[in-house]
Design a protein around this ligand. Structure first.
Ligand SMILES: [Zn+2]
Length: 323
């Protein structure tokens, strides 16, 4: 009996050690520091500040737009077994770190919690309108954001913000099968991570007199959907891409990167968003997402297709387009 218990405990300890090993087997983000773009020195133009996942502050000095606005970054434990709610302190810290006091729009790329959960709070604090799908609108309604501050765009129809023209292009999510479907009723937090269902997935295309920018929140595509569009800058959500099949990745690069004919491609959505922004960014475990694989392929593509591949520093602005 005692021997049986001892063996069971040993097996359990070995399983835990193995799980811990797999969880900690992560590519090293430091390795990519030579790819990090130089910080903005104040020249006029359109800048971007990266705040983890696909949260970006894009500004031409007059108009300030934010994609997603996700700062709460709840722990893995809360995501797996708990309930989630926007964290006012982390949202405040994140906005302050980005220098985002007033925003014209918060543009939500889809309704999973790591994109949409904090967006209503960000809109409320900064006076921005929230642009997103009907599912995202239900997250906003559940948080009490007035309808006047919510815009559900008609796909393909442009919206104007200062000198930016925003087109929300309908796309697809990377097919991981988690929290698919739509949010049909106002969603009141706290709620489970899986309650933040995907809704529509968009690529945000921003046209500006200085040039065009596309923000891709998830590594999915609709064949041919980007044919009419061009974009010098592509901010490319690569979350989960490293673990898709080679054929999927190839089609994604062709349908999204090649179609837009960028001069610069900047991967985003590679950081482990169960860690707070107060800690340095870290990559996901290889078993979840092999970022080395993604970067190797993007480097190859950069040299054959002819674009520059860069990463962004955390929170510091980088110049995207000269005015
Ligand atoms: Zn997602």
């Amino acid at each position: 009996m005692v021997r049986g218990i001892a063996i069971a405990l040993l097996v359990l300890a070995a399983a835990l050690a193995a799980a811990l090993y797999v969880w900690n087997d992560r590519p090293d983000l430091e390795r990519y520091s030579p790819w990090v773009a130089e910080r903005w020195r104040g020249a006029p133009g359109v800048t971007v500040s990266f705040l983890g996942v696909s949260t970006l502050l894009i500004s031409d000095g007059e108009t300030h737009l934010m994609t997603d606005g996700f700062f709460s970054r709840p722990s893995l434990w809360d995501v797996a077994v708990g309930e989630l709610a926007p964290d006012p302190e982390r949202i405040g810290d994140g906005l302050a770190r980005a220098g985002a006091h007033r925003l014209d729009a918060v543009i939500v790329l889809h309704s999973h919690y790591d994109h949409a959960m904090d967006a209503p709070d960000v809109a409320e604090r900064t006076g921005a309108v929230l642009v997103g799908s009907e599912s995202t609108a239900n997250i906003a309604r559940g948080r009490g954001l007035p309808n006047a501050q919510i815009v559900v765009p008609e796909a393909g129809l442009p919206l104007s913000f200062g000198r930016f023209t925003l087109t929300m292009i309908e796309s697809r999510h990377l097919p991981h099968g988690i929290a698919e479907g739509t949010i049909a009723e106002p969603l009141v937090p706290p709620a489970r991570a899986l309650d933040y269902k995907q809704g529509k997935t968009y690529i945000a295309h921003l046209s500006h007199p200085s040039g065009d920018i596309a923000v891709v929140g998830s590594a999915g595509f609709v064949e041919g959907a980007l044919t009419p569009y061009r974009s010098e800058i592509v901010l490319l959500g690569v979350g989960g891409l490293g673990n898709m099949t080679e054929q999927y990745r190839e089609t994604f690069y062709r349908e999204v990167v090649d179609r837009l004919q960028p001069t610069r491609v900047i991967p985003i959505h590679y950081d482990d968003f169960t860690r707070p922004l107060s800690q340095p960014l870290a990559l996901f475990p290889r078993i979840v997402d092999d970022f080395d694989q993604t970067m190797e392929e993007l480097q190859r593509r950069a040299s054959t297709i002819g674009f520059e591949l860069q990463l962004l520093p955390l929170a510091d602005a980088v110049l995207l387009l000269d005015s």
